[in-house]
Design a binder for this molecule. Structure first.
Ligand SMILES: [Zn+2]
Length: 95
């Protein structure tokens, strides 16, 4: 009987240990996920600078050179010549 109780305790401890390991692994993944997000932002920024042809923030099309505007909330959007009129309507400041 004592043997069975010992076995159950061992199983429970193993279960707890596995859960604990999973949690720490998850936490590590979250942290590395944050890091990869930072890296992707960096590469995104680099891609923005290097590529001549960029997608318009409004119509999402490659429509020649973009004009960048600052929005009221502080974000910057790149608009093609077709969407320029929208920016003017919204009183956005060209950068
Ligand atoms: Zn556009």
């Amino acid at each position: 009987m004592a043997y069975i109780v010992g076995l159950i305790v061992l199983l429970v401890l193993t279960g707890v240990y596995v859960i604990f390991l999973n949690r720490t692994a998850k936490r590590k993944n979250e942290r590395s996920g944050m890091n990869s997000k930072v890296i992707s932002m960096e590469s995104h920024r680099r891609a923005k600078h290097s590529s001549g042809e960029q997608l318009c923030s409004s119509c999402k099309k490659k429509n020649g050179k973009l004009i960048f505007y600052a929005q009221d909330n502080g974000t910057v959007v790149g608009l093609c010549k077709d969407c320029k009129a929208q920016a003017k309507k919204r009183d956005m400041l060209p950068l």
